[in-house]
Ligand binder design. Structure first.
Ligand SMILES: Nc1ncnc2c1ncn2[C@@H]1O[C@H](COP(=O)(O)OP(=O)(O)O)[C@@H](O)[C@H]1O
Ligand SMILES: [Mg+2]
Length: 310
């Protein structure tokens, strides 16, 4: 079971769209995928279920917020108990065995960060370090409830910040996938992200080593690569200015996915029937848009990185 965080400091770069479509495409090809929405904006959640359904069935005690909160009450929930199966996306899958399960988010998740932060202190340095590891590995421990028979892949949609909730995702991850738009600010953001991740990994591993009592394994999340999104093509390839930004990342030594997601305002802005990512909608309608080829290509490349034969 691979755990992958989809992450970028910037909002609006296509994190959630990539997460939803990658999950749908991989499940369409037979993979078992668990989606975790860690963004308080909950756009991944609302791309799968309607706000009404969320309100009635999940908001009160079946979201990732309730799960984080349950540690404060002293009666931690199991992560398994808040996993749900969004019906629309699953009704569109083709290959037997493939599925998309989800852990939904909550607008109140923003407050969870504050509570987690209060848990970080400690009367002594040793206590503070222990608390640091305990808080940061909470999601990792939760995801340990699952194994290879449950899921091939856990895909975590991260919020556009580097708060504690985001850090719990990084600590839990084998890989980080970074969607980016080909512009200057995204370029800066990725460098900063990489430095922040390195600092977190170092702190965590230093503290883990000192941890007395429970054995804490060191972490080593690997940057899987940068996936470019919302690319505008001209004459069969990305526009020159965008190509320049894409090349810049390669020069900086980052893995950049060969395949990218094209920009298609109609398809994305039309607010396609909620519950069904663009990629599956287009299979059903039979109109094979070029944006779908991009998603398929990214999924294949992603699978290759995971050593999956698809
Ligand atoms: N390939 C694309 N072409 C056009 N619009 C897109 C594309 N991908 C995402 N969008 C739109 O851009 C906005 C931001 O995308 P989103 O996936 O929510 O980004 P993030 O999660 O990084 O904030 C959304 O309105 C989405 O519908
Ligand atoms: Mg998002």
């Amino acid at each position: 079971m691979q755990i992958v965080s989809v992450i970028n400091y910037k909002g609006g770069v296509g994190k959630t769209s990539l997460t939803a479509n990658l999950a749908a495409e991989l499940a369409f090809r037979g993979k078992k995928v668990l989606l975790v929405d860690l963004d308080a904006q909950a756009s991944l959640t609302f791309s799968m279920i309607s706000p009404d359904e969320w309100q009635q069935k999940y908001s009160e005690n079946q979201t990732i917020k309730s799960w984080f909160d349950s540690f404060e009450s002293g009666a931690p929930l199991s992560l398994k108990s808040i996993v749900h199966s969004p019906t629309r996306v699953n009704s569109r899958l083709r290959q037997a065995g493939g599925k998309v399960d989800a852990i939904y988010s909550h607008l109140g998740l923003i407050n969870v960060d504050l509570e987690l932060a209060t848990n970080l202190g400690g009367a002594t340095l040793a206590q503070a370090k222990k608390n640091f590891t305990t808080v940061h590995r909470r999601l990792l421990k939760g995801l340990n409830e699952f194994g290879d028979n449950d899921y091939d892949l856990v895909l975590i949609d991260c919020p556009p910040n580097f708060n504690i909730v985001t850090k719990t995702a990084i600590v839990a991850s084998n890989f980080l996938l970074v969607p980016a738009r080909p512009d200057y600010l995204s370029t800066l953001g990725i460098e900063y992200l990489i430095r922040s991740v390195s600092a977190l990994v170092k702190d965590y591993n230093d503290f883990a080593e000192l941890n007395q009592g429970e054995k804490v394994d060191p972490i080593k999340p690997k940057l899987l690569g940068v996936v470019f999104t919302m690319i505008q093509e001209y004459g069969g390839g990305p526009m020159a200015a965008q190509r320049a930004f894409m090349g810049q990342h390669q020069t900086a030594g980052l893995t950049v996915f060969d395949k990218y997601i094209k920009r298609n305002d109609t398809l994305f802005a039309d607010a396609p029937q909620y519950g069904v990512p663009v990629v599956l909608n287009s299979y059903a309608s039979g109109s094979h848009q070029s944006v779908v080829e991009g998603i398929e290509g990214v999924a294949t490349e992603f699978g290759r990185h995971m050593n999956w034969w698809m």
